[in-house]
Write a protein that binds this ligand. Structure first.
Ligand SMILES: [Zn+2]
Ligand SMILES: [Zn+2]
Length: 426
């Protein structure tokens, strides 16, 4: 038997209501803040990620699914979507439309990581990017406000917002020099990742989670103490806007973003409910990324959230109203009733109702069991007697109540009943 690839998952129908709940709530809240959906290809030229994410990052060096296509070109499955969105922004000249472009996306990403709990090789992200000429810190604050109301709406409340500034090309070199000097005496005794990062991307030493390195890391200087005037002012204004919006946060001086192109504001939303992989949302500012891709000078700010982790935090029962069971299941007894049931299902569907029936003849008891299994809201019972009387029996599967409904009145009566008791399970 051929099995699915390690690190991938089949998302079965029973799980779909919870996925939809997250996706649809994101669409609703992001649109409230003026974001429009974009869908980019799941594969791109490898060079796109090498140039933006950074050749030296773990993502590009070790985790990308890279392959040559039949023409010999090197392509990669996207390991994240910001690079693709910025490429599309430039290639389609979206900057012409408006001074600020707000885009969001939802879809699969691919990284060849060691499979472990909560880590898949095909995983799903929802993210948003604000691209344009302005780097007003209100952009950051507004996006975080949007995220807060989105997470509140899903009932994901046990979370903490962490913020930091990682400076800019003017002030970061001085900090990195200070960081290297502080690390110099102890780096030899630190973990392998730290020693490698020390050489190629010193900032990421701060990311290390190895227990024995934490004492050294806690003693290192912080970027926020090295910010240039403009960066300090930006960070202060951003935090003031958060205060005004009554959004609580914690300054996390060790917070850096994993990708090379970030600068200034960095943030994460974390939750202790998630265990070791506790990041729910990660984001930051990436002014200058568009220029790296040959685009016009563009400021950028965005985030990505992991849908699989959101699912772990979505409260039990949060998606029940999105049950995908049929509104009406048609149970028939006998060949004439079968023909009538098929005609009625057609009538109901045209009127906008979801109707289900089985083409295999069953005893009524078996049909009711089937309706129950399909999570049908109601069952319409049709036998020879009902056909000659011109009326059917409608059974509410939740309460067990039954009533007779005239054939001519079927759709109208269903609408009436549903006003009182809902169209679907709720
Ligand atoms: Zn700066
Ligand atoms: Zn380390």
């Amino acid at each position: 038997m051929i099995q699915r690839i390690r690190g991938t998952a089949d998302i079965l129908p029973g799980a779909i209501p919870r996925w939809r709940k997250i996706e649809e709530t994101a669409r609703e809240f992001f649109q409230r803040y003026g974001f429009r959906e974009i869908r980019t290809p799941i594969f791109e030229r490898t060079e796109l990620f090498a140039r933006t994410v950074g050749e030296e990052t773990d993502i590009v060096a070790k985790e990308m699914y890279t392959f040559k296509d039949r023409s010999g070109e090197s392509l990669s499955l996207r390991p994240e979507s910001t690079a693709s969105v910025v490429r599309a922004y430039i290639e389609n000249k979206l900057w012409v439309d408006a001074p600020l472009t707000r885009l969001f996306y939802a879809g699969p990403q691919f990284r060849y990581e060691r499979p472990q709990k909560g880590r898949l090789r095909q995983f799903h992200q929802i993210g948003a990017e604000v691209l344009g000429q302005s780097d007003d810190p209100m952009i950051e604050a507004e996006v975080i406000e949007m995220l807060s109301s989105f997470l509140d709406a899903l009932g994901i409340t046990t979370r903490v917002l962490l913020v930091n500034s990682i400076g800019c090309p003017d002030c970061r070199p001085r900090y990195l020099a200070g960081l290297r000097a502080a690390l110099e005496p102890s780096i030899g005794a630190m973990c392998e990742d730290c020693r490698r990062r020390f050489e190629i991307n010193t900032l990421r030493v701060l990311d290390c989670k190895v227990e024995s390195d934490q004492a050294v890391i806690a003693s290192l200087p912080a970027m926020v103490d090295y910010l240039c005037g403009a960066c300090a002012e930006h960070f202060e204004a951003f935090r003031r806007h958060l205060d005004t919006a009554a959004i609580p946060y914690r300054l996390e001086k060790r917070l850096v973003r994993g990708l090379d192109y970030y600068r200034r504001t960095a943030f994460e939303i974390v939750s202790d409910d998630l265990g070791a992989q506790n990041t729910l949302v990660g984001g930051g500012r990436y002014d200058g990324l568009a220029e790296l891709l040959g685009g016009p000078p563009t400021k950028g700010f965005g985030f990505a959230l992991g849908v699989e982790r959101m699912l772990l935090m979505l409260p039990e029962g949060a998606a029940e109203e999105a049950s995908d069971g049929p509104e009406v299941y048609l149970a028939y007894i006998g060949p004439a009733a079968r023909e009538r049931a098929i005609a009625l299902s057609r009538r109901l569907r045209r009127a906008g109702w979801s109707a289900a029936l089985d083409f295999e003849e069953r005893k009524l008891k078996k049909s009711l069991a089937m309706a129950d299994k399909l999570k049908a809201r109601r069952v319409l019972i049709i036998g020879d007697e009902e056909i000659s009387a011109g009326a059917y029996i409608l059974r509410d599967m939740k309460s067990g109540d039954q009533q007779t409904i005239e054939d001519a009145d079927l759709v109208r009566r269903l609408e009436e009943i549903s006003i009182h008791s809902g169209r679907r399970w709720s």
